[in-house]
Design a protein. Structure first.
Length: 357
């Protein structure tokens, strides 16, 4: 991630910013940890695998020497080549397979398994010499340089003291037989590599925690960036307003569709209109199926009139129903009596109308 000014980056990264970073393949990990673990595992593997390698190498030499003749023709050369390839694959394949598996597992262990196609896309800005020159003298490059120098210094000190402790034996190797000398040097090299590997691993673990801290610092945002991100997530205010208007219009349309099904519309002739519906045996109390003020109230009365719904003027009751009951809710107990009297009158008028027909 490119460096940015730390002056105003005081806010923690939002979930969206973290997800975007992951999609781009930008996750907290330490390359040094992968290198250290792989190096240490390879040292241990070679230590225990060396006898197997030597045994196979002896078989290889014996097999090759069996082809030795005064003149080597094309057929023998092909056989030697094929056997050499088989030997290399048989002996070295386990080593490279192990290194590949360890490298993958260490990377997965640091953050988890992710697939990021964006990470494979070419970053043309990295080819910009101006950016490269500025990054060369950045604070991060300076910190990486100090880390590298420190590691070289520490590894050099450890190697010096290990070799210093064996210096007398090393100087006397000239008086020993070649096999003893090779065995000693092999153990010395293993000890040197193993201890240096442990030291590098410890420093790599510290580097991993440093990289996680640096990652969090890089993801931090300014207050303005947080505001802009939330603005993008919520959408443009004009679009949000348009969506709310559409939702209100749809709700109003559904409400108007319920007016013809109402039993009565109670009005305050001009300002309020509340449509009530009651289904015997289903509803505990009458429900408000539509309500509105002014123009909407007039529209409710028009629809009610066109569909033969009874309209009753009762200003106090209309105001109470409008302010106390939401659409789809039952009326409160304190209004039962007043509404019951109106519904009884409505049903009486309906029955009378039916009987007259």
């Amino acid at each position: 991630m490119p460096e940015r000014s730390d002056a105003e980056r005081t806010e923690e990264a939002t979930p969206r910013r973290r997800q975007k970073a992951i999609e781009e393949g930008n996750v907290p990990k330490s390359r040094e940890l992968s290198t250290a673990v792989t190096f240490l595992v390879s040292v241990l593997f070679l230590y225990f695998y060396t006898p197997v390698f030597i045994e196979n190498f002896e078989k290889f030499l014996n097999h090759v020497l069996n082809f030795s003749r005064p003149g080597i023709d094309k057929e023998i050369a092909i056989q030697v080549f094929d056997f050499s390839i088989q030997f290399i694959l048989r002996v070295l394949a386990p080593f490279f397979a192990l290194m590949l598996v360890v490298g993958v597992l260490v990377n997965i262990a640091q953050f988890g398994f992710i697939i990021s196609p964006k990470a494979l896309e070419p970053k043309w800005d990295r080819l910009n010499p101006v950016n490269g020159f500025s990054n060369l003298f950045s604070k991060r490059s300076f910190a990486e340089l100090l880390k590298s120098l420190f590691k070289i210094f520490v590894v050099g000190i450890v190697a010096f003291y290990i070799i210093k402790g064996r210096m007398v034996t090393i100087l006397n190797l000239a008086d020993t037989d070649p096999f003893s000398s090779m065995a000693f040097l092999g153990k010395l090299i293993f000890e040197l590599c193993f201890k240096i590997g442990l030291l590098i691993l410890i420093m790599a673990i510290l580097d991993f925690f440093y990289q996680k801290w640096q990652y969090e610092q890089d993801l931090k945002m300014t207050k303005q960036e947080v505001k802009e991100e939330f603005k993008q997530m919520e959408g443009d205010p004009l679009i949000r307003q348009r969506i709310r208007n559409m939702q209100r219009e749809m709700a109003r349309k559904r409400m108007m569709e319920e007016v013809p099904k109402a039993d009565v519309v109670i009005t305050n002739p001009i300002h309020y209109a509340v449509a009530l519906k009651y289904e015997t045996g289903k509803d505990k109390a009458p429900k408000v199926v539509a309500k509105g003020q002014r123009l909407i109230a007039q529209r409710i009365k028009e629809i009610a009139k066109n569909h033969g719904v009874f309209i009753h003027e009762d200003p106090p009751l209309a105001r109470s129903l409008y302010s106390q009951v939401d659409i789809g809710d039952e009326i409160p107990e304190n209004l039962y009596k007043a509404v019951a009297e109106i519904l009884a009158f409505v049903y009486k008028m309906k029955n009378k109308k039916i009987s007259n027909q």
